[in-house]
Design a protein around this ligand. Sequence first.
Ligand SMILES: *[C@@H]1O[C@H](CO)[C@@H](O)[C@H](O)[C@H]1NC(C)=O
Ligand SMILES: *[C@@H]1O[C@H](CO)[C@@H](O)[C@H](O)[C@H]1NC(C)=O
Ligand SMILES: *[C@@H]1O[C@H](CO)[C@@H](O)[C@H](O)[C@H]1NC(C)=O
Ligand SMILES: *[C@@H]1O[C@H](CO)[C@@H](O)[C@H](O)[C@H]1NC(C)=O
Ligand SMILES: *[C@@H]1O[C@H](CO)[C@@H](O)[C@H](O)[C@H]1NC(C)=O
Ligand SMILES: *[C@@H]1O[C@H](CO)[C@@H](O)[C@H](O)[C@H]1NC(C)=O
Length: 439
Amino acid sequence: MERLPLFIFSFTCLFFISKFSVAIDTISPNQTITGGQTLVSADEIFELGFFSPGTSNKRYLGIWFKSILPQTVVWVANRNNPLTNSSGVLAIGGDGNIVLLNQTETIIWSSNSSSVPKNPVAQLLDSGNFVLREGNSGINPESYPWQSFDYPFDTVLPGMKLGANLRSGQNWYLTSWKSEDDPSPGDYTYKLDYRGLPQIVLRKGSDVQFRSDPWDWAGSGIPELYRNSIINPIFAFNEEDVYYSFENINKSSISRFVVTHSGSIQHIAWSDTRLEWVVVITLPKDSCDDYDICGTYGTCNININDQVCKCLKGFTPKSPAHYDAHDWSGGCVPRSPRMCGSGEGFRNFKQMKFPDKSSFKKNMLSMDCEAACLNNCSCVAYAKSGILGCIFWYGDLLDIREYSEGGRELYIRMAASELGKCFCISSEFSINSQVTMMG
Ligand SMILES: *[C@@H]1O[C@H](CO)[C@@H](O)[C@H](O)[C@H]1NC(C)=O
Ligand SMILES: *[C@@H]1O[C@H](CO)[C@@H](O)[C@H](O)[C@H]1NC(C)=O
Ligand SMILES: *[C@@H]1O[C@H](CO)[C@@H](O)[C@H](O)[C@H]1NC(C)=O
Ligand SMILES: *[C@@H]1O[C@H](CO)[C@@H](O)[C@H](O)[C@H]1NC(C)=O
Ligand SMILES: *[C@@H]1O[C@H](CO)[C@@H](O)[C@H](O)[C@H]1NC(C)=O
Ligand SMILES: *[C@@H]1O[C@H](CO)[C@@H](O)[C@H](O)[C@H]1NC(C)=O
């Protein structure tokens, strides 16, 4: 079947074409997919072909779930370069790459791999991965010169990665569609930030909208998005790469992550009984998820009705008038000025979302986190991690929230007077008690 010559398509009746269209998951150099023809993965889970989204009359090459209606597209090849005419042709090009040609046989999309197999074939796998592989050998998952899973669009399927290959610099991240009817790249991206503890950041253009809980490998810190009974999160951070991935616990169930054109991240599962997609979780989920809503050293608590933001204990609004008027952007400053080396210490805060811009080194298990932070004047907070040892923050703390359950314990640097370590000037005490009464 893999070697089906082109002329068979031209000389067989429609019945045969439709029969082949459900049977073929692979194209070889002399075969093409055009018009309503499709590739279907071996177990008939995914289908690849041309589609027009919604009311659009533009044509795209995409992958969707074979037996789910309405059509749910999980990947688009020519997202930047639609066909204006339904006569696109998918083929293996003369250079061995997968190519998409328009009516006048101009290449409008190519897999564009610099290393192509000797006997190239393109195959749609049951995972939804569309791969370019050597036609003569068996399937060797490590050696696809090109695979659609390396070029995610708005959807993560089981086995796909969000993150980066640290050697090649290849980055796997999501981009929203422009609108429901327009799969050209939209404003939103969802990308793994691994400068500190790995966390996934939703941006609109270059503006950060939302930041997931950073993950330190500890079970309790699994980001909310991945914390449910449907999936096993998979996380890797090694010399080769850093990524988040997942698998469905029930391998025959269907679920996916998607960044929507309106700027949210959703985990969506297919319900066999309701025959529809069910949203498991949508993030950001409340105003406390808005990035940095409370300013530096401010903390967000959604269970406080009138004012979700307040300064962390030991801090005071930089501009009280603004903070009281719900303009929290100015943030908070230490109530008692910190003087490094003069008896400072730490106050602990429970059930917190770790602030942004964490810093850690691997294999610091035996380190005294408190002493290490105290001894460096630019260290403003630390946390202990059973798996990593210590996590430190240098520079102002931001994007903190308090959870009513879960969350992490955080130790924040305070002046000695904050910790009752000394009896300092009485004016400071009056400020303290005022703030305490207000709080
Ligand atoms: C493709 O077609 C050409 C010309 O008809 C033929 O020489 C070649 O063997 C075919 N290749 C495959 C892989 O079928
Ligand atoms: C595609 O374009 C060609 C040339 O412009 C035209 O002849 C043909 O009718 C078009 N086909 C469709 C389905 O629009
Ligand atoms: C095919 O693509 C080329 C390059 O984008 C374009 O100039 C040409 O008009 C296209 N042909 C059709 C029929 O759309
Ligand atoms: C293929 O890759 C080259 C080099 O990275 C790039 O210049 C070119 O635009 C790419 N072509 C396509 C069709 O993506
Ligand atoms: C797994 O999922 C399939 C398909 O959704 C369903 O038919 C089956 O009952 C599920 N199995 C278990 C153990 O839940
Ligand atoms: C404090 O920590 C920062 C960040 O790791 C580092 O750049 C700096 O050199 C440290 N300072 C001292 C005095 O160790």
